[in-house]
Design a protein around this ligand. Sequence first.
Ligand code: C2O
Ligand code: CU
Ligand code: CU
Length: 488
Amino acid sequence: MITRRSLIVGTGAVASATILDARFGRGEITRGGGHLPIPQLIDAANHHNAIRLTVSAGHHEFYKGKPARTYGYSGPILGPVLRFRRGDHVEMSVRNELGVATTVHWHGLLVPGDADGGPQRKIAPGATWRPTLSIDQPAATLWYHPHPHHDTGRQVYLGLAGLIIVEDGIDLGLPDRFGVDDLPLIIQDRVIDETDGSIGYDLGQLDVVYGVRGDTVIVNGAITPTANVPAGWVRLRLLNGSNARNFELRFQDGRTFHVIASDGGFLSRPVPMSVLRISPAERFEILVDFADGQPVVLQTGPDRAMGLFGAISDAGTDEYAPVMRFEVDPAPAAARQLPFQLVEPEAVDPSAAVQRRQFVLNNGLCGQRTRMSNHGNLPAIIGINGQVHDPRRIDVETRLGTSEVWEIVSVGMPHPFHVHGAMFRVLTLDGKPPPEHLTGWKDVVLVEDKAELLVKFTKRATREYPFMYHCHILEHEDAGMMGQYACT
Ligand code: C2O
Ligand code: CU
Ligand code: CU
């Protein structure tokens, strides 16, 4: 059997255009430029807490008049924004009309393993899955995406991803008019064929080793769109929905913005920043002040987190590329001040941890450090602790209601590490305390070298429907940089 893994060690591969494309980084907005599409909002409370989604193929025009074949949830690409309230029980119904098996994982949602939509929760073609989601966590921006064994990267790339907004009834006076001053921004990169407008997912060997990167940035499915915002504070819910690319976001005029929330919810106070790195699957909520009425372009710098490959890829340039543009309506925003205080997350107490474990994220081409793994000197091409993911193996058993320190070691290149069914706090990142915007609850963290996380287990997962932990570069995940844990 030829697996993606055996392909990597095969004959010398040619780098695919997916990774190497000098066009990335061209300065101004020359393509796209339409309006920012705002996904439909489905507020569960307005639908008796029962929501239906259909997963199907469709057509989407990245370039006008040139439809691409794409995948979407209840639409041709991406999916509706689902709004849930803490304490509610939402009956989901997900029908699969893709023609191939899929699963729907509620990334960041704290639900038991059997409702979580991991690779074991396959929805066969034509079948419908009906989990009940009991919403039991603070306000946060989460997302949902497919998680089928060996096919996650392709299905996400073709368009399957949607946001989830959890609300908890605490009013902090933040902008909250959806699509007006509270904007969902799903930022992704794609290779889009300029002649026929199509996107495709053809993995070359280096795509597996470094992850698939595109040369074109899309926001909510549109190339460099424009959003019209009111003159005042605007809240942006950022999701990096890329398969592998890290974005280095800043505004072209260098303005300061404030990070108010990370993956799992609010930070204790708004953190002023002018450049924000966001890795695959990470979310940040930021507040931006548009009171000066000036239009501004949101840009991304080159992805510097590509290991060896950085030297010959777009990481070699310093140029910023446009992501989208904001134009300010003359009407003022609702008169609101920047809050000084948000929500103080629970104090971090590493001494409460009942276990310490190490996870070495092995990446083939630079496997010399593989022997650091717990399992001796077992070289793996792409795996964790020297082992490639095996759906029949439970790698870790945890106890419900406890916390553990997980030490993550990246080999070969930086890896965005993610845990299902739990949130964590970053204790150290590359030997130092984390920067302030990474001190709140998280479920993904980009590990350049080493990180220590305090993971809190609050949801049950049986051996039949365990939780996963993995690198969120989807090509790494599909290739086996993933493990699973039960929590009982
Ligand atoms: Cu977005 Cu297994 O995760
Ligand atoms: Cu997840
Ligand atoms: Cu990785």
